[in-house]
Design a protein around this ligand. Structure first.
Ligand SMILES: [Zn+2]
Length: 272
């Protein structure tokens, strides 16, 4: 019976070791190559925003432009694509045909609600919107979105917002206290922020259980403290909200920077 010499063992061992090494290298190249391709593909895709706006009381053309410019400063991807749906005139009621398509939010990274239709109240209508968000479409809600569907008795929209509000103070200057300076959305903001413009402080009757206040302000009228910036979880969707943004607050870079970071956060794109 022939016995294999020690040098034969060594050769076999070396060959096996060499082959395993090549295999490992191939796996690493394959994995690393695929993940960098995915990252590169993601970076080439534009950041897509659907902005729903229009209705009573505000300059939505100016606000849409301010939002786009603010996003261009923070988005790391190749482009920012804002689809502005500015419909409904300047009244307090509107039913948008957009929502008749059950896939109305498909393809967008985030939907921003900056509309103002307090007297539209059909729950079958606004549930077409809340249903999509509950299923996972990230939402950002600004200022008069909090009084949109205010006349409705059903709470679906308010649960999505994360707050219930029925009125606001008259327009005055007020300071904003940042409640959670560690939160990545408001990190770096002055702990006691004095916005450059006057605004309307929305009176918050209820902060919903999944909502968390990030900043608050004291009413000059009632002396009560109300959240003005918050995050919410609605079903599978992240929601970012602020009641600021009536008029010239949109010219304050601290506001637009916070808003754009909130939009990134809702979409899952905010790097800490
Ligand atoms: Zn307003």
């Amino acid at each position: 019976m022939n016995q294999a010499s020690p040098s034969l063992f060594k050769r076999i061992f070396n060959t096996a070791f060499f082959s395993a090494g090549i295999l490992m290298a191939l796996i690493i190249i394959l994995l690393f190559g695929t993940s960098s391709k995915t990252v590169a593909a993601e970076a080439k895709k534009p950041f897509r925003i659907l902005l729903i706006t229009g209705g009573c009381c505000h300059n939505y053309v100016f606000q849409a432009q301010a939002l786009k410019e603010a996003m261009e400063k923070v988005v790391k991807r190749a482009a920012v694509d804002v689809n502005v749906v500015n419909e409904g005139g300047t009244g307090t009621q509107y039913v948008a045909p957009l929502y008749d398509d059950p896939n109305w939010a498909k393809g967008y990274d985030v939907v921003v609600h900056n509309e103002c239709f307090a007297d539209t109240k059909d729950p079958n209508y606004f549930r077409k919107i809340t249903r999509a968000h509950y299923a996972g479409v990230p939402a950002v809600v600004i200022h008069c979105a909090m009084h949109t569907y205010r006349s409705a008795t059903e709470d679906d929209w308010r649960e999505m917002l994360g707050v219930t509000s029925k009125r606001h103070d008259r327009q005055v200057k007020f300071s904003v206290k940042i409640d959670d300076l560690k939160n990545p959305i408001v990190k770096g903001m002055p702990a006691e922020w004095n916005p450059t413009a006057s605004d309307e402080l929305y009176n918050i009757d209820k902060l919903w259980p999944n909502a968390k206040a990030l900043a608050s302000a004291v009413s000059v009228e009632s002396k009560k403290t109300y959240p003005v910036v918050w995050t919410n979880q609605y079903g599978k969707a992240r929601v970012f909200g602020t009641t600021l943004g009536h008029g010239d607050t949109w010219k304050d870079p601290i506001f637009t920077n916070m808003l754009s970071r909130g939009i990134l956060w809702a979409a899952g794109d905010l790097k800490k």
